[in-house]
Write a protein that binds this ligand. Sequence first.
Ligand SMILES: [Zn+2]
Length: 134
Amino acid sequence: MTDYQIKGIEQGEATCDKCGSSLKQAIILARLDLGGTPERHPYYVGADCAAKLTRLSQAAVRSKAVRAEEARQAELQTLRRQEASRRLWQQREREWLQNTYGVEDMDAASKKSGKDWLTVFNEFFAWRRQVDRM
Ligand SMILES: [Zn+2]
C-alpha cells in the first residue's frame, strides 16, 4: 500500500484529487516513493480521503496538517528571505561593478582592468564584508 506524508493545508476552493468532491480547504499530501522519499507532485484531498490514505483518524490528520502547514510556511518565509537577500546582493554587485569599473559584470570588469576574475571577485567580497558590518 502506498504511503503518504502530510505536507500542510491549502486554503481556498479545491477539488479532492481522490474522490473529486469540492473542498473549502484541502489537506496537502505527498506520495512516498519506495525509498520513502516524498514525491514533488502534491495531492490535494479532503480530510476524509486524507484519513483513508494515511490510515489515520480525521482529527489526527487535521492536527498533523496544521503542524506541517506551520513548518511549510516557515520554510517558505526562509526561502523568500534568502531570495530577497540574493536579489539585493546581485543588485549591489552590479552597482559596485558600475561604480568601480564602469561595467555590469565580473567578466567585463576583469577584462577591462586586466586583473583576473578572482582578484575582482575578492575586491567585491572585501567590500561586501564591510557593508555587512555596517
Ligand atoms: Zn475526497
